[in-house]
Design a binder for this molecule. Structure first.
Ligand code: ZN
Ligand code: ZN
Length: 261
């Protein structure tokens, strides 16, 4: 199946529950994230359908070290020969073959149940992968001005990426999701830090946004991020008001669940 075009030279490959992206840049391809362990055949098929060969992939940029983003990494490195780019904090996990860190307390009952389930997963290790290039906040990659934005919270070494093309295209990773609505991701190592990272993204100007989980936004995407911050702040104020009125933490949690939309 041909991947879905999101913007000029940018395609979304929709895998089971997670998206990865192929960017045509500098005559080759940049792959953003690698999906799950069983994703490489599908990603490879997408590369061919764009008229490219696996060895045309010049770089694999990984947003963070969760298993739905690095599961296919070792195999995609073998298939493409490309070098891996990551933030050092999450690169340390990939080099050690460790799946992520424990997740912090979530706000809202749904998120907290998911966090507990994920933290209880057996700690299986994965094949360690060499990360050749470490990216810090604001670092530019040699691919059409693609820039790394350190956006910790979901994980300590989470990166979003900004491509200065067509008014700006943000690769959000798991800094936010766009399932039913643009909202927080389901789990965070540190939710407060994740909120600060989202605020940083909302202050930028970009026309389109691509999410690892959910549909892309093609127009006026940065405005949607600013609207989200307004909604989250309003939900916080409402929850704080209820808690102060003595309704208890359950009411605050319920208000936060509804605030995700
Ligand atoms: Zn994640
Ligand atoms: Zn994810």
């Amino acid at each position: 199946m041909r991947p879905k075009a999101v913007a000029e030279g940018v395609c979304q490959v929709s895998l089971r529950g997670v998206n990865v992206f192929l960017i045509e840049a500098g005559g080759g391809l940049v792959l953003v994230d690698t999906g799950l362990r069983n994703s490489p055949p599908r990603i490879t098929e997408s590369i061919y359908s764009l008229g490219h060969l696996p060895q045309d992939v010049a770089a694999i940029v990984v947003t963070h070290a969760h298993r739905d983003h690095v599961g296919g990494l070792a195999e995609m490195v073998r298939r493409t020969g490309a070098e891996v780019w990551m933030h050092p904090d999450d690169a340390a996990l990939v080099r050690a073959g460790v799946w992520g860190r424990p997740l912090g307390p979530g706000r809202g009952r749904t998120r907290d149940a998911l966090r507990r389930a994920m933290n209880a997963l057996p700690e299986a290790r994965h094949e360690p992968v060499a990360v050749v290039h470490e990216l810090g906040d604001g670092d530019e990659l040699p691919f059409d001005g693609l820039r790394a934005l350190h956006t910790p919270g979901h994980t300590a070494g989470h990166l979003a990426l900004l491509l200065p093309r067509g008014g700006g295209l943000l690769f959000v990773g798991d800094a936010a999701s766009n399932m039913v609505h643009t909202g927080l991701s389901f789990v965070y190592e540190d939710l407060d830090e994740g909120r600060r990272s989202l605020e940083k993204l909302a202050a930028l100007e970009f026309e389109a946004a691509c999410f690892a989980h959910g549909r892309p936004i093609r127009k006026q995407a940065s405005r949607r991020f600013r609207d989200l911050m307004t909604r989250l702040d309003a939900a916080d104020a409402k929850a704080a008001g209820r808690a102060a009125a003595g309704a208890g933490p359950d009411a605050a949690a319920a208000a936060d669940d509804s605030g995700e939309r």
